[in-house]
Design a protein around this ligand. Structure first.
Ligand code: DC
Length: 229
């Protein structure tokens, strides 16, 4: 089983980093947050209360709508009703509800089983999330904990959204929102956000994207004895 686990707080650049690392290594990228977001979309569409979730109903609805992951280039695309669901799962409504949905143990068991099945099928993967190295793949050969100062993460997130140059107030407000999500993810009783003891910690506050990708690629090549080009 070849797994690179990348954990870290919100907007630490995990997904884009994991995707780029996967592309360079010829692995697949699995965004575990996308699984939780897609389930959250199903819950909201079904009118379920994220804070008081009827899990059997939710999982049955997910099945009915064919919630799945389709390999596409280096990524897995989340599917609902036979079509890509990316645009349905990155909405403010889903972002606001996903922490509650992902805090439910039965939901996590469901997501973890899906992720493990992919790795057990022999697909080499780079997986990003909050508990990948600690809970989902504790045996991963390489674990990275990616973080950056909240203001840096806020600036990166706002830049990603495009539009005009953000004001200082907008940056600080976004940093506060990110800290609130980090707190919720780190203080929940089930699978909280932590840096696993055997993880390589990477503070990317002063690194370029290329530097952080390159650093992880080198480590993965060493651990999995992959040839350098
Ligand atoms: O990375 P993201 O923002 O798309 O993640 C969405 C939410 O899912 C986030 O609030 C935390 C949760 N999550 C989780 O609990 N465990 C994971 N492995 C990945 C995401």
């Amino acid at each position: 089983m070849r797994v690179v686990a990348i954990d870290g707080p919100a907007a630490s650049g995990k997904s884009s980093t994991a995707k780029a690392v996967a592309r360079v290594l010829g692995f697949h990228h699995l965004d575990s947050g996308a699984l939780y977001r897609t389930l959250t979309r199903v819950a909201l569409d079904a009118g379920l209360d994220p804070d008081n979730l009827d899990v059997p109903v939710l999982l049955a609805k997910a099945d009915l709508r064919g919630l799945g992951l389709r390999p596409e280039e280096e990524d897995f695309v989340p599917l609902l009703d036979g079509a890509p669901a990316e645009h349905l799962i990155r909405t403010p409504e889903v972002t606001a509800a996903v922490s509650a949905v992902s805090a439910v143990p039965e939901v996590r068991d469901w997501a973890n089983a899906r992720m493990r099945a992919l790795a057990e099928a022999g697909v080499p993967i780079v997986v990003d999330g909050r508990d990948i190295g600690s809970v989902v793949f504790p045996e991963a050969g390489l674990k990275i904990f990616l973080y950056a100062k909240s203001v840096v993460r806020a600036m990166r997130r706002l830049a990603q959204q495009g539009g005009k140059e953000p004001t200082n107030e907008e940056i600080f407000a976004e940093a506060e929102r990110l800290k609130a999500r980090d707190k919720a993810d780190a203080s929940r009783p089930v699978a909280p956000l932590i840096s696993p003891e055997d993880a390589v910690e990477l503070d990317t506050s002063r690194m370029t994207f290329e530097e952080q990708v390159d650093g992880i690629v080198r480590l993965a090549r060493t651990v999995y004895q992959l040839p350098s080009p």
